[in-house]
Structure formats: C-alpha cells, structure tokens
Design a protein around this ligand. Structure first.
Ligand code: UDP
Ligand code: MG
Length: 329
C-alpha cells in the first residue's frame, strides 16, 4: 500500500523506533525488522523517531525510505531523550496497535507478531516484552536494574512487571490514555502498568547491541530512575521527618549520657562529638533541601507546560489526510 493511502482506519500496526546516533545499527535493524513486519500480512507503519541525531542516521533513514514506503521518519529538532522520543512516536502513530522497539536490536523484532497475536486473541491492551535473561548486560546494569524494579514495584504496585523495559505492544485505547496524561517527565515503563489495562507478557532473551555504543550513560540512567521515583511517590520528602526524629532521639540520649558523666565528677570532652554532630546535621539538612528542590523543580516544569520535544520533520505529514492533532497541550 502506498504511503498516501495509509490512514488510521487501515493501519493495523505501528512500530515506534526511537533512535539517537544509530547509523551503525540501522542497516541491521532494517534487514531484520522489514521481513518480520512484511510477514505479518497486516498494513503497518514503522515510525522511526530520529532524536536529533548528529551522525548519518537521518541520511540513512531517507535512503531506506525510498524503497520501503512503510517507513515513516519523524525527526525531532534536538536530542530530547529516549522517553520524549517515545512520546513523539506515540502521538504521531496511527495504528490500531502500537509497538515500541529499541534501534540496537537488543529486543528481537521477531516477537512483535507474537505480541500482536496475543493481544488480538486474548483481547489485551498491553503486551509486555519481559526479559528472561540479562546475561548480556553488565553486572552493574543487572544489579542496578534489579534494585530499580524492586523499588518501582513497591511504589507503583505489583502490576509493574519485573524486567520489562520499553519493548511492548499497546492497543489504541491504551495509547490514547497515555496521550491524555499531562505529565512532563513521562516514564513509560511505569505509566503503562499504572494504567491498569488488561495485559499479558511475551518473554524473550535480551541480546547484545548489534553495533555502536550505548546511548544511555550513567547520568541518563540516574535521571530516569529519579523521574520514576518522584513521579510516583512523595516518600523521599518524608525522609526529612524521619531523619529529624532520629536526630532528636539521639540528642536525648546524648543529654542523658552527658548528665551521668557530669554527675560522676568529670567534664565532658566535647570537640570531636560536637564537630561530628554539626557535620551530620548539616549534611542531613542539605540532603533534605535538595529533595525539596527536586520536587519544586518538577512543580515549576509542570507549571511552565513547555513541550518536551519539537518535531522538525514528519515524512508522512504532507500526505496524511487528517493531520494528527497538536502533540502537546
Ligand atoms: N535513545 C534515544 N535518545 C537518547 C538516548 C537513546 O532515542 O537520548 C534510543 C537509542 O537510540 C536506542 C534506545 O533509545 O534505540 C535505547 O538506548 P540504548 O540502547 O543506548 O540503551 P541501553 O540498551 O544501553 O540501555
Ligand atoms: Mg540498547
């Protein structure tokens, strides 16, 4: 089907692929993804969201599009981050079902037809890709990811599947529900389970990145974790109260000890303990102010209501009969 003839009513499947400087992985991705999607026999679109790449990603995408009409290119004006790229893809996609996939082939595209079948036969709105094996990740990543999912299950609820990243399939209803959320720093792997739609799982083995380097340095991982926690819980703010209570109790004990020593006729040697107590309280206070700042920063961003990305180019925009509504509130 030509790109011009594709409409929301005829496209069954959209596959969103966020990519940032993936020129090395792109040829392998196209080689593996296209036969799988052609083999499903359903009308589909691939929404390649170019997250402000500075390498040859944009050029390669244009080249691949010349003989793959189902490939749609959405280019963001700057590097806006993985979650913002996913958001752009969700807002622009038109399929009745929408899958998301990393560009580095760590998630196998071959599982997408399985996800689609499961969603259709069991009437599910969400099908998670769940990793059965993380042996290809570094020990550090495995441990930090384990701790992260444990914490998230406690904060968001048991419906957060352990070991599910951003490889999943959503129904149109679930996508529309996500689009209606006004959150600024969206963390989809938590928001999707939070929706509470009927869901299923497909397990897969997480492979190695086919080419190139990870685009998720530690700083971006920490950002994602902090976004997740602060989006779903005000518990860190209560830390200040608890630390205050503990310090107060410790202070009462110290008063008792000091009085006993004094009654025994000794003077209390004080410099070290005084200094330690001062540093401890100073540290605790700064941490608490920092936590407050983190939440106030979020309130500030929410009030500003600035878009998290800008679309510079959408290869489907000129031919789409009904242009998609504005992506952002
Ligand atoms: N990505 C993106 N924008 C970013 C960082 C990453 O669109 O700012 C994409 C990246 O191209 C890849 C996916 O997000 O398709 C996951 O990133 P990556 O594979 O580097 O993360 P890792 O698997 O190492 O956690
Ligand atoms: Mg990866």
């Amino acid at each position: 089907m030509s790109a011009a003839a594709r409409t929301a009513t005829t496209t069954t499947l959209s596959v969103i692929v966020p990519m940032y400087n993936e020129e090395e992985a792109l040829p392998a991705l196209v080689d593996r993804l296209r036969p799988v999607l052609d083999g499903t026999g359903v009308p589909y679109e691939v929404v390649a969201v170019d997250d402000g790449s500075t390498d040859r990603t944009a050029e390669l995408l244009e080249k691949f599009r010349t003989d793959w009409p189902e490939l749609r290119i959405v280019r963001l004006r700057g590097n806006s981050g993985h979650q913002a790229a996913l958001r752009a893809g969700l807002h622009r996609s038109i399929g009745a079902y929408v899958a998301s996939l990393d560009a580095d082939l760590q998630d196998p595209p071959e599982k997408i037809p399985e996800m689609l079948d499961l969603a259709r036969t069991e009437q599910l709105d969400i099908v998670y890709g769940v990793r059965s094996d993380r042996s290809t990740d570094t020990g550090f990543k495995r441990h930090t990811a384990g701790a992260y999912y444990w914490l998230m299950r406690r904060l968001v609820g048991k419906q957060v599947p352990a070991q599910a990243g951003d490889f999943r399939l959503l129904s149109r209803e679930a996508v529309e529900a996500l689009k209606s959320l006004p959150d600024q720093q969206q963390v989809y792997r938590l928001l999707v389970p939070w929706l509470g739609f009927p869901s299923g799982e497909v397990t897969y083995r997480r492979g190695e990145r086919v080419a190139g380097e990870t685009k998720y340095p530690l700083s971006k991982m920490i950002r994602l974790a902090v976004d997740g926690i602060t989006n779903f819980s005000a518990a860190p703010l209560r830390l200040a109260t608890w630390l205050g209570v503990v310090s107060f109790l410790a202070c009462l004990v110290m008063i008792g000890v000091t009085l006993v020593i004094f009654a025994a006729g000794h003077t209390v040697p004080g410099w070290t303990s005084l200094f330690v107590a001062m540093l401890f309280l100073g540290g605790v206070q700064l941490i608490c102010v920092g936590l407050l700042g983190e939440y106030i920063g979020r309130i500030y961003t929410a009030v500003q209501r600035r878009p998290t990305y800008f679309v510079g180019y959408d290869s489907a925009a000129p031919t789409t009969p009904n242009p998609p509504p504005p992506d952002q509130p």
